[in-house]
Design a protein around this ligand. Structure first.
Ligand code: DGL
Length: 269
């Protein structure tokens, strides 16, 4: 079916971490209407099986397609790892799908890093997606991966820029597998919020890369290529969560960097 530039862009994550990606897109393309879905009922995805994550991603994508989205951004590394290929097959031609893994992999290889560390959820690390995709582009890059499952819930609970987060971050980053690296990939859309703390740990000596800017650039490139850039936003953005609490709303503001209102959307009932 022919898509129109006026259709919205759908973005989803397990929770509100994907708002870091949504905000980068909103800032670069304020004329686009965004429909965000955070699956807070099932948070965190990082501890779930690939099958469960695929099932959630399928249902959420169906919801976003019912909202008439021209593009769906999987703003979650765990879901990008487990479900991107399946979503492409299942919804072929219905919308453009963007994952958060490929743009980061392309960036790290293009910049010529040789010793790369990856921190992410268990689901992303166990999928091996970063190692496999980086090695497929350049066999010589050494990739060390570490699952850091405490980080996303810690950030989601608002624990960052403090003593607790400093201690958790240091414990992970001191792991032997993460020594002697020249770049660290923040392969979880929650982690941009602790980017400064990670940078402080390394004293600026290791390049810290996250997916926000590279995904934004990929979205822009694809919309341009498909002639789907919206000239004008017709209605306001929508931010849905599958389970609403006031604390999610408070944290959401920090993630998005602007005042936003979350609405409950019960797609699981
Ligand atoms: N934001 C998700 C990701 O990028 C992680 C959070 C979760 O485990 O649900 O993988």
């Amino acid at each position: 079916m022919k898509k129109s530039p006026y259709q919205p862009i759908g973005i989803f994550d397990s929770g509100i971490g994907g708002l870091t990606v949504a905000n980068a897109i909103h800032k670069a393309l304020p004329q686009e209407r965004l429909i965000y879905f955070g699956d807070t009922v099932h948070l965190p995805y990082g501890d779930k099986s690939a099958d469960a994550i695929r099932y959630y991603s399928l249902r959420i994508s169906k919801f976003l397609l019912e909202q008439d989205c021209k593009m769906i951004i999987i703003a979650c590394n765990s879901a990008s790892s487990a479900a991107y290929d399946m979503l492409l097959d299942f919804f072929e031609g219905k919308a453009l799908f963007v994952n958060v893994v490929d743009p980061l992999v392309n960036e790290v290889v293009a910049r010529g890093f040789e010793k790369v560390g990856v921190i992410a959820t268990k689901a992303t690390i166990h999928s091996g997606i970063y190692r496999n995709k980086i090695k497929a582009l350049n066999q010589k890059v050494r990739v060390s991966q570490l699952a850091t499952p405490l980080l996303a819930p810690m950030i989601e609970e608002g624990f960052f820029s403090g003593d607790i987060s400093k201690s958790v971050i240091e414990t992970y980053l001191k792991h032997p597998d993460l020594q002697d690296i020249d770049a660290l990939l923040l392969a979880c859309t929650h982690y941009p919020l602790i980017r400064q703390e990670i940078n402080d740990f390394y004293n600026g000596k290791v390049a810290i890369l996250d997916s926000t800017d590279v995904v934004r650039d990929e979205v822009l490139r694809l919309l341009e290529q498909e002639e789907l850039l919206s000239p004008k936003r017709m209605t306001s953005d929508a931010f849905y969560v599958s389970d609403y609490t006031t604390s999610f709303e408070e944290t959401a503001k920090t993630f998005y960097g602007e005042d936003i209102r979350l609405e409950a959307m019960h797609i699981w009932i």
